[in-house]
Design a protein. Sequence first.
Length: 473
Amino acid sequence: MKTIDKIYINGEFVTPNGTEYFNLISPTTNEELGQVRLGNTEDTQNAIEAAKNAFKTFSKTTASERIQYLKNIKSVIEKRKDDFINIMTEEYGGTFQFASVSYDYMLKSFDSAINLLNSYSFIKTMGESEVQMTPIGVVGIIIPWNSSNGFICSKLSTAIAAGCTTVIKPSEMSAQQTQLILECLHEANLPKGVFNIVNGLGEIVGAEISRNPDIAKISFTGSTNVGKIIAKEAVNTMKRVTLELGGKSPNIILDDADFSKAIPLALGAAFMNSGQACIAGTRLLIPEDKLNQVKSLIKETIPNFITGDPKNPNTAVGPMVSEKQFNRVQDYIQTGINEGAEILSGGLGKPEGLENGNFVKPTVFINVNNHMRIAREEIFGPVLSIITYKTEEEAIEIANDTTYGLQAYVSSSDSKRAYTVASQINAGRVQVNGIGHDPMAPFGGFKQSGIGREFGTIGLEAYLEPRALIQPK
Ligand code: NAP
Ligand code: MG
């Protein structure tokens, strides 16, 4: 049993004023792993105060100084690869496969931030004026549990590149993962107050970050519902917001695609991070006359998606993060049944032998139409809905008939055709014939998948405020 009873303010591990504890429960066994002591409003205010003071000097650092800080953090994280992967599998139930990829992305976010600093001009000429891209101020970072340290690294590295200081509120369910990254960040020896981390509840710590006038910007990743609450509060002090929210990503397989490749890829896209991924391809759109072929390919392929102990390197689908998430996913499977969709694979209940953890059977529904709740709402578990279409135009229409627009997938053996279809999908990223990540390309959503973009130049500029110096001749 571990007790995490410190938060991090102004370069030091400190005991929070908050006295409540939250139990950390293993998703794999539902045994108690430990406890975390939660920060309160006053702790959050102290963290914001520290970030505000640090901003005075940190905002004036040079690009080369910031590059050095980023390199320092990266080199400490590099020394603890196994620890990062182990704690993510233990505390969150992320599979070894996913945790390994996530760890690589953590490191890459520092490389990207360094690349940006090497290439970006903070001083530009626009019209006849000098435009200075200045650090925006103290940034509040609020994140969910499904890739906690990944989000900390990508957001913090961009903030540092921009010359901003930060107050970070991770999910309380990620406390042990947070503790590990805190140890690394502490060892990297940054100026005091550049990063402050407060464990605590969204309604308390997150709400204070959203309200406090000394926060200039919020970078949030999480649900669309909470994103709306934060945005409404933020507007009172005109905080800038970057919101990375939910998704219901369509995956269009065109009739000329190589289905023997596209179907395993589609299952991979649907079940990534055990289905707990905002970018998961959860609506699979296939030509009506290929349904039988798709059904048999899915039956053949799904046993490869081994469900079980996340520590086993062969496991593709681990447990849901909490019992609450497990129940939510079960409710959606029941909803699909009630709505008249048909289960091709998986279904209600836990897989045999995995009764102690929050395990869901990877589930595939057929006979789904795009008006059903299972086709419209984000389930955040390994549940795939298959929808058939008659024409390419109809496929595009169904793909875009959603309140979300985070990511989409298109497969075709004709790359020109895939490009033409991809260019008509209203999503922040469209993956063509594969699944990749370009850390210098923008990431974020159309419609209710969010506001703004992360990564690359567009992501960096969300942490900067332009000041035009106009000097009439
Ligand atoms: P969530 O409930 O929205 O929580 C996200 C964060 O917001 C948590 O730290 C939470 O704290 C905090 N929060 C809750 N209420 C708040 C409030 N009133 N004011 C300020 N902060 C508050 O999301 P989740 O269920 O943890 O995560 C899953 C969601 O994240 C999914 O919808 C998924 O699509 C989305 N997501 C999006 C992306 C993306 O990049 N677009 C990536 C991953 C996940 P507590 O933990 O204390 O509740
Ligand atoms: Mg929550």
